[in-house]
Design a protein around this ligand. Sequence first.
Ligand code: CUA
Length: 263
Amino acid sequence: LYPTISTLKMLIRCDAPVEYQINFNEACSPTMEGIISFNGNVLFTIGFIGIAVGWILANCIYFYSENNTSRVSTFTHSKELEIVWTSIPALILLLLATPSFSLLYSMDEIADPTVTLKIIGHQWYWSYEYSDYQTHCLNDSSLEVPSLKYSCYLTALETVPEKQGYFRLLETNRRVVLPTNTHLRLLVTSADVLHSWTVPSFGVKVDACPGRLNQLNLFLKRTGLFFGQCSEICGVNHAFMPIALLAIDPLTHEQIMYNHFFE
Ligand code: CUA
């Protein structure tokens, strides 16, 4: 039964790692779609270069080996050939750099975000803050403002009553909830040492540096449950500070926020 489930998981949306996975997780953001498509282009180019260089090498070995004296070439230098084998790789690099840079700069674009999520790395857990709802929902400063901040710790599956269906080392006690089809701003920082907030399905990997606020934009295209892990070696429990995110439709997200602040 197990291989069937595994195959099924690969056929449907793959938002968490599976056994023997060799490809990317399914894209959820335009950034990740760009990364996957760029990866495809680079792989094609690498394949082309590999075949071409391999063919030249095989020919050299065959025709110019020590034992093969049937064809003897006497030339030792070729200026034309040097120009060709310098300019063609340079041209290929230029062709690869163009989509790479446009992808890189498109990640930096901040398009007037609606929701801001503050992410703070700790040894060894992540904490999250939704700061903009406080000012938007409660204008009266005399009111005691219920802050929306929480910490997410690794859930040991031994503590989960029904273990099946959970992902080992990826589940947290609370999941981050983010709206889909909304321009999001993520602010990433750290309280102690370097961490890195990484979610493969989003194509996001940002370093969390103490004393520095890193900003990035995010746009989620579909609902789902997404997982990530810390990607900067940060101490003994580096492997045990996962990220679990729930992407839900904006209306449900608003409802959750409303319920938090007014009930
Ligand atoms: Cu935090 Cu590695």
